[in-house]
Design a protein around this ligand. Sequence first.
Ligand code: ADP
Ligand code: MG
Length: 240
Amino acid sequence: MISMRNVDKHFGALHVLRDINLEVPKGQVVIVVGPSGSGKSTLCRTINRLETIDSGEIAVDGVKLPEEGKALAKLRADVGMVFQQFNLFAHKTILDNVMLAPVKVRRLDKAKARARALELLDRVGIGNQADKYPAQLSGGQQQRVAIARALAMDPKVMLFDEPTSALDPEMVSEVLDVMVQLAKDGMTMLVVTHEMGFARRAGNRVLFMADGQIVEDTEPESFFTAPKSDRARDFLGKIL
Ligand code: ADP
Ligand code: MG
């Protein structure tokens, strides 16, 4: 579903992604961990082309990442992304936030988009908040809206970049529970997170990144209990 071959990326002199090779099959949930600055966010952002790459190839569902134009818009619609900051439109209601892209980008009929948005809001447990504005919701609720908004485009892949890092601790589980359900429903997911409980519950695979490289690629249980590299052991010693 996601394929990266020999991907390299620099920011000026900084080599942020070094020869990344990655195949994520359909339905797999991949957890990405690693120290700050190791390239986790950049990796996510190259997959929906929020960042360009210097060399190599990225394909989503067999379609090579286009450079621009309509094909790029289509690709972006197929790859949902949820960020640490929820990035909701503050002046629009929850319902409008979720309906907006399907109507504008997918040209979905408004009544259909509305019905689908309400269904998705129900699915993330906030159907009764549809007419409120983002600021009236808690952080955990806003992040669930952001997930519903991404799902409204019927993405083939969902990317999550530290989706619970900005939340108060008591709101983390309500967001992770939605993500666990999504994983159970068969969504292909790439999730940057240090939430080990989530990684164990929902993850099929852990990638440990350091200095722009994938240093370990293994099952969650063996990564957390018996990391192979010194760097991973050192990292786990700091977060556990
Ligand atoms: P992570 O998400 O693992 O913390 P990032 O992918 O955000 O790491 O960043 C990797 C490296 O690239 C860091 O050193 C960061 O400072 C640098 N970086 C990220 N984005 C930019 C940018 N737009 N311009 C220049 N440097 C950047
Ligand atoms: Mg990051």
